[in-house]
Design a protein around this ligand. Structure first.
Ligand code: NAP
Ligand code: ZN
Ligand code: ZN
Length: 349
C-alpha cells in the first residue's frame, strides 16, 4: 500500500487538519502521480462543510491536481514515469453507458466516481482528493499536461478551466458574440480569459468594485458593478450567453432581462439552495436557463492543449497547505486573485 499524507475535514464544522491514509497499489492500468500542486475550488468548501448534503468524512478535498508520474502499471500506454499529468473532478465512471461512450463521463448514467467525497465504481471504497502527496488513477482518467506552462497555473484548469471551457464551446461562443460572466472568482476569471480568447466581447458582472482593473486585464471589455439595480436598465437585451459562476444565493431575474432573444443563461455555480425563476423572464424572448458540469476526458484534454497553445493559465496565489483554512475564509469573502493553489511540497516536509 502507498502511505499518503493529506489534509482532511472530519466534520462539517472542523477546520482541515493533517490526516494520513493508504492509496491502492498500482494496478495494471493505473498511473501513480506525485502531486505537485492542487487548486482550491469553492466546491471543496461547499462539500467539506456539507452545504450540498450527503458529505462523506473524513474528506480529503482537491480536484485540480497536477503532478509527475512516478509509476505506471504494465498495461499503461499513455504515460511513463517522469511525465507531467493532471487529474480533475472524477477518477472513474461506468465506461459503458451512452454518456461514457460519448466521452461525457461527467454525466455517467451510473454515476462517475468523483475525485473525493464519493466512491470508486465498487460504490464502497471512498475516494480522497488532491490535498495529498500522491494519487493512483486509471490512465483513462488522467490528463496529459504540457511542460510549456507554469504547473501551478495549470492546476486550476482541471476544474475552473474545463467548467467554463465546456459551456462556451457547447454554445459555440466566438467572434460576434456578446458574453457576460457573472462573478469574478476562480471560474469567473477563467471564463473571461477563455471567452475573450475565443473572440467574444466579454462583460464582467461583479459585486466587487475593486475587481474592475483586473477584469479588464483578464480580457473583459466592460465591467459592470451589479450592486446598483439601475445598471440593469442599460444592459437590457445585451448578451447572447451569460456564464453564472456565483457560489452563493442571488437573484437571477435582473440577469435574464440582459439576455437577447434566444439568449442563454448557463448556470455553473452551485449555490446550495434553489433559485426562483419566473416563466415570464424566459418565455417572452425564448430565453434558456441551462446548467453545465465540468467536462469529459476528451474535452478536458482538448482544453489543456488549447491553453498550452494559447498560453492560458490561471492567475494564482500559491500557499502552503498549512494556510488552507485561512485561504478558504478568504475565498468565501471573494478575496482571492483568482485561485488559491496549494504547493504540495509543504505537505511532504
Ligand atoms: P469563487 O472563486 O469563490 O468565486 C465565486 C464568485 O462569486 C466570487 O468571487 C464573487 O464574485 C461572486 N459571489 C460570491 N458571493 C456572491 C453573492 N452573494 N452574490 C453575488 N456574487 C457573489 O468560487 P469558484 O471556485 O469559482 O466556484 C463558483 C461556484 O461554481 C461554486 O458554487 C462551485 O461549487 C461551482 N462549481 C461548479 C462546477 C460545475 O461543474 N458546474 C465546477 C466547479 C465549481 P464578484 O466579487 O465578482 O461578485
Ligand atoms: Zn471544482
Ligand atoms: Zn457511464
Amino acid at each position: 500500500m502507498n502511505n499518503t499524507k493529506a489534509y482532511a475535514a472530519n466534520s462539517p464544522t472542523d477546520p482541515l487538519g493533517p490526516f494520513s491514509f493508504q492509496r491502492r497499489e498500482v494496478g495494471p492500468h493505473d498511473v501513480q502521480i506525485d502531486i505537485l500542486y492542487c487548486g482550491v475550488c469553492h466546491s471543496d468548501i461547499h462539500q467539506a462543510r456539507d452545504e450540498w448534503g450527503g458529505s462523506i468524512y473524513p474528506m480529503v478535498p482537491g480536484h485540480e491536481i497536477v503532478g509527475r508520474v512516478i509509476k505506471t502499471g504494465n498495461h499503461v500506454t499513455k504515460f511513463k514515469a517522469g511525465d507531467l499529468a493532471g487529474v480533475g473532478c472524477f477518477v472513474d465512471s461506468c465506461r459503458e453507458c451512452p454518456e461514457c461512450k460519448a466521452g461525457l463521463e461527467q454525466y455517467c448514467d451510473k454515476g462517475m466516481s468523483p475525485t473525493y467525497n464519493g466512491y470508486e465504481q465498487d460504490k464502497k471504497t471512498p475516494t480522497y482528493g488532491g490535498y495529498s502527496t500522491q494519487i493512483v488513477v486509471d490512465e483513462g482518467y488522467v490528463l496529459s499536461v504540457s511542460p510549456k506552462l507554469s504547473l501551478e497555473g495549470v492546476a486550476p484548469l482541471l476544474c475552473a478551466g474545463i467548467t467554463t471551457y465546456s459551456p462556451l464551446r457547447h454554445w459555440k461562443v466566438g467572434p460576434g458574440n456578446k458574453v457576460a460572466v457573472l462573478g469574478l472568482g476562480g471560474l469567473g476569471h477563467m471564463a473571461v480569459k477563455l471567452a475573450s480568447s475565443f473572440g467574444a466581447e466579454v462583460t464582467m458582472l461583479s459585486t466587487s468594485a475593486s475587481k474592475e482593473a483586473d477584469a479588464k486585464g483578464l480580457g473583459a471589455e466592460r465591467f459592470v458593478l451589479t450592486k446598483d439595480p439601475e445598471v440593469f436598465n442599460k444592459l437590457a437585451k445585451s448578451f447572447d450567453v451569460i456564464i453564472d459562476t456565483v457560489s452563493a444565493q442571488h437573484d437571477l431575474e435582473p440577469y435574464f432581462s440582459t439576455l437577447k432573444t434566444d439568449g442563454v443563461l448557463v448556470m455553473v455555480g452551485l449555490p446550495p439552495n434553489p433559485l426562483p425563476v419566473s416563466a415570464f423572464s424566459l418565455v417572452p424572448k425564448r430565453r434558456s436557463f441551462v446548467g453545465s458540469m465540468i467536462g469529459g476526458i476528451p474535452e478536458t484534454q482538448e482544453m489543456l492543449d488549447y491553453c498550452a497553445e494559447h498560453n492560458i493559465v490561471s492567475d494564482v496565489e500559491v500557499i502552503p497547505i498549512q494556510q488552507i483554512n485561512e485561504a478558504w475564509e478568504r475565498t468565501i469573502k471573494g478575496q482571492v486573485k483568482y485561485r488559491f493553489v496549494i504547493d504540495i511540497a509543504s505537505l511532504k516536509e
